[in-house]
Design a protein around this ligand. Structure first.
Ligand code: PEP
Length: 257
């Protein structure tokens, strides 16, 4: 089993450039102090707004196991798409990861499976790892459709990718009812769904690739609950929203394995 422990901070549409740089400075200093206890084995991904990617990538260049990721990329490689950002542009500023399928993109920007396939193809063409996000709404869970929804979200996209392509993926299970709500999935709920996701990946590919893929939990993961969530055998880390905007909280989460 070669899967990585990962903590990714999705800053969404928050912070000025000056605030962003100060936050990264605080995070890297605090983690630097912890490297002595082996914490550099955790892959740390900072996912700021587009305008800060280059500056933050420069800031973290020599920091062990720190990387930058983007919150989105376009479905096309280049062209007349005013206001959009391509995967090759992200690559040119040192971006190694990109979020695809986040519930806010699904809800507010009406993005769908076919968009995710194109975005992931663009990311892979540019050596960027997709962090593919899936998750059910509260209604879907209450009506006990959550396993069906997750199966569809995964299958509709993964069927377009080979094993070799999928080996570059990170998955993030983010129940929509837990994102930004302060309500977290219990460790038992997270473990149940992560194990289920691994079983779907086994069915679509094989057990080796399923064992190797990192599956992150996202949805009000914070400094208080990260340790319990990360102790679940199929939870390989977290995709963190609100708590990634505070250095102390984000560092505590990184130190929660
Ligand atoms: C997210 O949006 O990916 C997320 C997990 O947000 P929060 O941690 O704020 O729930």
């Amino acid at each position: 089993m070669s899967r990585k422990k990962i903590v990714a901070g999705n800053w969404k549409m928050n912070k000025s450039l000056q605030e962003a740089k100060a936050l990264v400075e605080q995070i890297t200093n605090q983690i630097n102090d912890s490297i002595a206890i082996g914490i550099d084995e955790v892959t740390k991904i900072i996912i700021p707004p587009f305008p800060y990617l280059d500056a933050i990538n420069t800031q973290i260049l020599n920091k062990p196991n720190f990387n930058v990721g983007a919150q989105n990329c376009h479905t096309n490689a280049a062209g007349a798409f005013t206001g959009e950002v391509s995967a090759s542009m992200l690559s040119s500023v040192g971006c190694k990861y990109v979020l695809v399928g986040h519930s806010e993109r699904r809800q507010y920007f009406k993005e769908k499976d076919s968009d995710f396939v194109l975005k992931i193809k663009e990311a892979l063409n540019n050596n960027i790892h997709p962090i593919f996000c899936i998750g059910e709404t509260i209604d879907q869970r209450k009506t006990e459709n959550h396993f069906k929804v997750i199966t569809e979200q995964l299958t509709n996209v993964l069927k377009e990718f080979t094993v070799a392509e999928f080996s570059k993926f990170i998955l993030a299970y983010e129940p929509v009812w837990a994102i930004g709500t302060g309500e977290t999935a219990t460790a038992a709920q997270a473990q149940e769904m992560h194990a289920f996701i691994r079983s779907i990946v086994t069915d679509l590919y094989d057990s080796k690739i399923a064992n190797d893929v990192s599956i992150l939990y996202g949805g009000s993961c914070n400094a208080q609950n990260a340790q319990e969530l990360f102790s679940c055998p199929d939870v390989d880390g977290g995709l963190i929203g609100g708590a990634s905007l505070k250095a102390d909280d984000f560092c505590k989460i990184i130190l929660s394995f």
